[in-house]
Design a protein around this ligand. Sequence first.
Ligand code: B12
Ligand code: SF4
Ligand code: SF4
Length: 315
Amino acid sequence: MNQFQIGSNEIKHKALELGFHKAGVAIPSAPSTEVQALSSWLSLGYQADMSWMSNQRRQDIKLVMPEVKSLVCVALNYYTPHQHQEDSAYAKISRYAWGRDYHKVMHKKLKALSVWLESLHPDIKTRYYADTGPIQDKVWAQKAGIGWIAKNGNVISRSHGSWIFLGEVLTNLELTPDTPHTQHCGTCTRCIDACPTGAIVAEGVVDANRCIAYHTIENRSEELPETIKSKLQGWVAGCDICQDVCPWNQRFAKETSVAEFQPYPDNLAPDVAQLAEISDSEWDKRFTASALRRIKPEMLRRNARANIEAFQAKL
Ligand code: B12
Ligand code: SF4
Ligand code: SF4
């Protein structure tokens, strides 16, 4: 127990009460194998144009919050049982972006957890993130026992599969850590075999240069590379292939209790030809409070156009 007499279990219990589906505690450690893996990922150029990935703070949590003693890691399930449309007249949007912007949903809950923690003692300090800081969300989630970094590059939880968003509250509280999660991919290679672009270059290592999710969400060039265009298979926003094929998702995914993650009806099977022509103002109206706002209107039009061209080339 720390000087404030607050235990890990009490905090994890509060996180679950606030609606998170998993919670665990990790403590910052000295530079580790994960930091070395991140460095080599960067030196191989796997970050493509995401230069923000080389921010030094991502390699040392103390540079994010010098007084950090523990991380309370959380996961929020976003799975709904809807399926993607396979007809080439429709575009595919990844599950993560079907409903309300997850950053907003996660932050609201993380803020509530932080405010509660700080209310326990005036000396308790916190900072929270969910894909929003120079922090290795997956590495900390694995250390906190939430799940393992799987061969498809996502954290899988035994209870929910990989359809979970990750976040964490950093605090100066000294807490008892959970046991890091063990690996459970075994000999399976379904995700590696299914990736149409060969982006999973080694177990758990994704080369963004080859990843459809990278190109549809992050690549800001006017045109997508030809090597990607021909393999898009309908994706205009992210890509779920390596998660859809995963047996852990097929067996253990369960519908989320978060109403805000229910898909906006227009996101399930959007007309690809309409997206290729979407106006800036229509985009603005249609994707309010959506994670899809990261994909600017000209990018969305480009992605839809690329799918139409790829389909026509195959006829
Ligand atoms: C950069 C980034 C991307 C990039 C790169 C993807 C990647 N896998 O790294 C791109 C744009 C491609 C991307 C795509 C997606 N992303 Co993204 N992304 C991130 C971000 C910002 C950083 C991830 C990172 O640090 N990558 C760099 C590499 C080096 O880190 P790493 O994968 O942790 O690497 C470790 C492994 O290689 C491991 N390792 C080393 N050797 C070995 C050996 C073995 C056997 C194994 C298993 C592991 C292993 O150690 C490395 C050290 O860190 C995080 C948010 C965050 N702040 O962490 C979200 C995050 C990873 N993304 C997320 C999501 C949802 C996605 C998509 C599913 C969205 C979509 N549907 O299109 C796809 C999935 C693509 C995929 N197969 O990974 C979620 C994942 C949630 C989860 N359950 O894990 C995160 C955590 C955001 C969040 N807070 O919820 N993303
Ligand atoms: S998100 Fe798609 S392109 Fe990227 S690694 Fe997974 S299957 Fe491959
Ligand atoms: S498909 Fe198989 S190898 Fe890939 S993440 Fe799932 S269990 Fe692991």
